[in-house]
Design a protein around this ligand. Sequence first.
Ligand code: ZN
Ligand code: ZN
Length: 333
Amino acid sequence: MKSAAEQDELTMLDGGWARLKVPLPFSLRYVNAYLIPDAADGGYTLIDPGLHTAAAEGAWERAVNRLGITYDGIQRIVLTHMHPDHYGLAGWFQQKSGAPVLMSRASHAYAKRLWGEGRTFAAELTALYGKHGMPAELLGEIGPHLESFVALVSPQPEVTYIAEGDRLAFGGGEWTAIGTEGHGECHLCFYRPDARLMLCGDQVLPDITPNVSVVPGSGGGELRRFLASLDRLEAYDVAAAFPGHRDPFADFAGRIRELKEHHARRLDMLAGWLDRPIAAYDLCVRMFGERVGGNIHNLRFAMSETLAHLDHLVDEGRAERVRQGDRLQYKRR
Ligand SMILES: [Zn+2]
Ligand SMILES: [Zn+2]
């Protein structure tokens, strides 16, 4: 007998779209992949195939069987961004289908920094978190944790670049790529104006707030750029939004307003804790508490998000960085 999770994993949406909840071994539980048919050529466009695990391969084998399609019916693989839960299976699908993998150049550059030859990202991230007060025993987990993802994104795909403003024809319509920032470098959303559909990846999520991260080389101003991207997206007339996690939803502009309010509240809360100099790590633990305890994956997101908020407070003139030896702390201005 199938488990309840297996029965629920594949759902059919309007227009013959299939949505597969591809399993993840993290608190997020699954990532949404969308298979979008094209009546003209009988093929499919695959959005964000998932993380490369045995469980994900099994979910895809079941889905392909239930849909009665073959891998070589996939005409193109489109990635909103390079996070491993979206990018990880792209190379596996490319080998099975021969389809091009389309993503932004900046997002692919970041994938190469994380998982390419001669990578130094883990050492840089460990140094960044150390400077912001993370204890040594946790810092020691960062490198092995990041390296554990290499297998989950292999084989890596040959990539064809697409960019902000590009128009892509698939699923019987024309989609415009919208470059967004803050969750990842040049994360792409895709908008189809005639049907008012938005494929929004992780830039706008229902129920949970997209992670906004400071990582080595991410360029600065992550939260400012994230909020500016939300301002841009809010102007689109959207009837249905298809996110990377949780369920498709209708009130795109309403959700964007909630996300902005969330970040305003977070900034006020953090600013209220800066009476005396305090390290970002201590603020992270205070902000996220139990949810990050003992889970290096969640701690990494929480720490980078705390740094994004603190940087924003500094940029707004509400806080300042204070040097304590080779460490940094924050206090109210
Ligand atoms: Zn993501
Ligand atoms: Zn994701």
